[in-house]
Design a protein around this ligand. Structure first.
Ligand SMILES: [Zn+2]
Length: 177
């Protein structure tokens, strides 16, 4: 995480996400556990930029640059991009939410960077069903950092979720060995 890294430009990141709409119908909820998030304090967000993901680029035509991926409530906060996913530029950041005429948007003018992962670092992305790539929010599942929190908070049981859980356990073992 250094400014000499050509892959890394914090000001560009801020410009990309500043003013992006957040929330739905004037309420703002955690993207993992759906608890309502207070707008009084800066909010934690996973933000991402596609670096090298041929499948996803072909099927979902993601926007260029940084995009807001998932809001985290206090219970779902993390202190790092963990595990990192190869092919995505990922960051965990804090910024305020602005409200104007009932419209909520990201105010990235003061942004705190918690952690950053370059596009060419991390684990091979989890394989996700093609159908997920075409559903809203489905692309998020192609990142381990998203899946890890999702699997920790979901009550849904699914065979594939157990496969992911096993893979995450193996990654954690690798990193502590
Ligand atoms: Zn949450």
């Amino acid at each position: 995480m250094s400014s000499s890294n050509p892959d890394w430009d914090l000001e560009q990141l801020k410009r990309d996400i500043h003013g992006e709409r957040v929330g739905r119908n004037n309420t703002f909820c955690c993207d993992f556990c759906e608890v309502q998030i207070s707008l009084e304090e800066p909010v934690m967000y996973d933000i991402v930029s596609v670096y090298d993901l041929a499948n996803i680029e072909a099927l979902s035509n993601p926007p260029k640059g940084w995009i807001l991926d998932a809001a985290r409530c206090e219970n779902c906060e993390v202190d790092a991009v963990e595990p990192k996913t190869d092919g995505w530029k990922e960051a965990v950041v804090l910024f305020s939410i602005a409200e104007s005429n009932g419209i909520l948007s990201a105010d990235a003018s003061e942004l705190t960077l918690i952690d950053y992962s370059p596009g060419d670092e991390g684990h091979h992305p989890p394989s996700i069903p093609l159908s997920a790539l075409t559903t809203p929010g489905g692309v998020s599942m192609a990142r381990w950092g998203y899946l890890k929190t999702l699997l920790a908070t979901t009550a849904v049981e699914h065979e594939q979720f157990d496969v992911y859980r096993d893979m995450l356990t193996d990654m954690e073992k690798e990193s502590t060995d």
